[in-house]
Design a protein around this ligand. Structure first.
Ligand SMILES: *Cc1c(COP(=O)(O)O)cnc(C)c1O
Length: 410
């Protein structure tokens, strides 16, 4: 007698009923083949075979469920989708080739010409480009408003508004949106409320619990966490995600099985990584606040942060990204960045390795001067994506940056 599943089956989700996100990150969505492997298998195959012509017909006709072609479904990709859906508390997820493909597919599937979008101003730079340049080309207009100004949201909504889109906390100033209020506005306006949950991951925040209709992710960031792959995912109720799946199947920006396998491995360590990111970021934020050369620190974990209480209510931790303004301008900011030695100078974030960025000339460099000013992207602003190195060593490296500020000739 056996009570454990031994062959070729998805491990039933009911065994995990009521379990926490930390456990779901390790266990949900797992499949096991006849080899009884303990670690998730990978299926690097573009297509699948049938036992007979009749079975092929039944698969294509949809009477028999099963794999046909990896642009439609792939078992490794489905395992990743099942795990992230469980973690977000959603009915369904579909994986995409990148975070941008997740956002594009959501828009293409759920919007049409003549629709209007209201989007928070501080979103990821390419999301901004996608709405302003490409969605506009297909007759979808977007209004950008401040993430935290509820009056601005309410007055931006029009009869043809079909989507509210946000990131919370925002990048790089860590502003926090009140998701329940925005969800209520979306509902009253017959619009979908879409949250890019890349910064928090479901370990720290589950937007569907606060009324979001759809969650999108760049899996490239924390979900992988080790800088190996580009990917994305769209999460939500069956009805909406099925529309997105239909677009993906026809348009093709799907996730490869190899990347899905890497992300599955990444998710297993996500809960402990997120705790380490949060602990290090809070300690560095407090330390930076005390530095003579620092004008202001932006991190929702600080009591000085205007939405600290809201962040504490919505999030289980304050995340790994923080930013700060140095006294001075671009010259001082660049001197500080160049003064560090270990921390990576890169625009990426969500990695176990700490990264440092000068947003005004990189991630947000394409914004017009007015848009930069409106988003608070000043020349003296520096963003850190705090990794999981020992926090003392991060302070040592950042101290080299402060030293370089005081000693311009070095
Ligand atoms: C990186 C990022 C994206 C885009 O994801 P890609 O995987 O690079 O396409 C979208 N949203 C946020 C918040 C991001 O940080």
């Amino acid at each position: 007698m056996t009570h454990r599943r031994e062959e070729n089956v998805w491990i039933p989700e009911s065994d995990l009923d009521g379990m926490t996100v930390d456990t779901l990150a390790v266990r949900a969505g797992q499949i096991r083949t006849g080899q009884l492997e303990h670690s998730d298998p990978i299926f690097p195959t573009s297509s699948f075979v049938y036992g007979s012509a009749a079975q092929a017909a039944a698969r294509f006709g949809g009477e028999e469920p099963g794999n046909i072609y990896s642009r439609f479904t792939n078992p490794t990709v489905q395992a990743f989708e099942g795990r992230i859906a469980a973690m977000e508390g959603a009915e369904r997820a579909v994986a995409t080739a990148s975070g941008m493909a997740a956002i594009l597919s959501t828009c293409m599937a759920l919007l049409k010409a003549g629709d209007h979008v209201v989007c928070s101003r501080g979103v990821f730079g390419t999301t901004n480009v996608l709405f302003q340049k490409y969605m506009a080309k297909f007759g979808v207009e977007t209004t950008f408003v401040s993430l935290t100004d509820m009056d601005a949201w309410a007055s931006a909504v029009r009869p043809e508004t079909r989507m509210l889109f946000i990131e919370t906390p925002s990048n790089p100033l860590c502003e926090v949106a009140d998701m329940e209020k925005l969800a209520a506005l979306a509902k009253a306006s017959d619009a979908l409320f879409v949250v890019d949950n890349c910064f928090c991951t479901p370990v720290l925040q589950r937007p569907l619990d606060f009324g979001a209709d759809i969650v999108v992710h760049s899996a490239t960031k924390y979900l992988d966490g080790q800088g190996r792959c580009v990917g994305g995912v769209v999460v939500g109720p069956d009805k909406l995600v099925d529309e997105v799946y239909g677009f993906l199947r026809s348009a093709g920006p799907t996730m490869s099985p190899f990347n899905a396998w890497v992300f599955l491995k990444g998710l297993e360590t996500l809960p402990i990584r997120m705790r380490a990111h949060c602990d290090n970021a809070l300690e560095l934020a407090l330390w930076l606040e005390q530095q003579e050369a620092v004008e202001q620190v932006f991190y929702a974990g600080l009591e000085s942060h205007p939405q600290h209480a809201l962040a504490a209510r919505q999030q289980k931790g304050f995340g790994g990204v923080l930013s700060f303004r140095l006294k001075g301008g671009r010259e001082e900011a660049w001197r500080f960045v160049d003064g560090t030695r270990m921390i990576s100078i890169t625009a990426n974030l969500g990695d176990v390795k700490t990264t440092i960025t000068h947003p005004a000339t990189t991630t947000h460099g394409r914004l017009s001067p007015e848009d930069k000013a409106a988003a608070g992207i000043t020349e003296n602003l520096i963003r850190l994506s705090v990794g999981i190195e020992a926090v003392e060593d991060l302070k040592t490296d950042l101290s080299r940056g402060f030293h370089a500020l005081q000693n311009p000739s070095n």
